[in-house]
Design a protein around this ligand. Structure first.
Ligand SMILES: Nc1c(O)cccc1[N+](=O)[O-]
Length: 239
């Protein structure tokens, strides 16, 4: 799977690309990541500005339409692979595991990261990306959001996770819309806190039952909205 990241700060991805799961996936040629500096498409190649004041006044600066559209069109043309076009923005549709599962079926994602007050509206009018948000909070730009999407998606690519089963058991993973149950490992007792007996009794049926109940209780306490979603999924599996 190919990812093209369009950003004003390509260096922000250095550490992220060089470590852990993503780095292993790149080395195993399961994932191919390309970074593109929006400033390379600035009209003025000396100072390379790509932002300007908003018409009609208002705070901050906007990223201009010309360098942006020229950049994303050039990136798109770098490969014949069909690409899903994504703009990371606080005003976008909320990213979730279902989206991650959908994106993981694509050959290529182009991720356009905003900065300042965002982009000239004509970027979306012309390039027509899907506008995606990772949450209702203010970031300095879309780069962290791009990392979140890349991380959630690459975990779903066959061969990236050593143990695909852990993907299935995770909270929110396909078919599992509930929060994960509490997990324990050695020692059995620490400062008076002991591992629930059911987990060390060897009765797999009882363990599965306990875990399902713990997931339901945890979801009810923290994310009752997911319980509603899960019940709807059961009632309308093809929805
Ligand atoms: N929330 C936010 C932002 O403040 C700036 C760029 C992108 C996002 N987002 O994807 O959620």
């Amino acid at each position: 799977m190919r990812f093209d990241i369009v950003t004003l700060f390509p260096a922000l991805f250095e550490g992220y690309l060089g470590e852990g799961l993503l780095n292993k996936a790149i080395k195993n040629e399961l994932v191919d990541i390309h970074r593109h500096d929006l400033r390379d498409f600035a009209p003025d190649s000396v100072h390379r500005p790509v932002d300007d004041k908003p018409f009609g006044g208002g705070p901050g600066m906007l990223i201009q339409v010309e360098p942006t559209v020229k950049c994303v069109e050039a990136v798109q043309a770098m490969s014949p692979m069909p690409a899903r076009k994504i703009l990371l923005t606080p005003g976008g549709k909320r990213f979730d595991q279902r989206m991650a599962e959908e994106f993981a079926t694509d050959q290529r994602l182009i991720l356009l990261c905003g900065r300042y007050e965002g982009f000239d509206q004509r970027v979306t009018d012309i390039w027509q990306p899907e506008e995606i948000s990772i949450g209702d909070f203010v970031l300095n730009g879309g780069e962290v959001a791009a990392m979140v999407i890349i991380e959630a998606v690459i975990r779903l690519i066959p061969g990236v996770l050593g143990d695909q089963q852990s993907n299935i058991d995770d909270s929110f993973s396909q078919g599992n819309r509930l929060l994960e149950f509490p997990q324990y490992t050695r020692p059995r007792e620490f400062r008076g806190h002991t591992v629930p007996d059911v987990l060390t009794g060897g009765d797999h049926g009882a363990i599965a039952k306990w875990r399902a109940e713990q997931s339901r209780l945890r979801t009810q306490a923290r994310r009752s909205d997911l319980l509603v979603e899960s019940e709807n999924d059961i009632k309308n599996p093809n929805a």
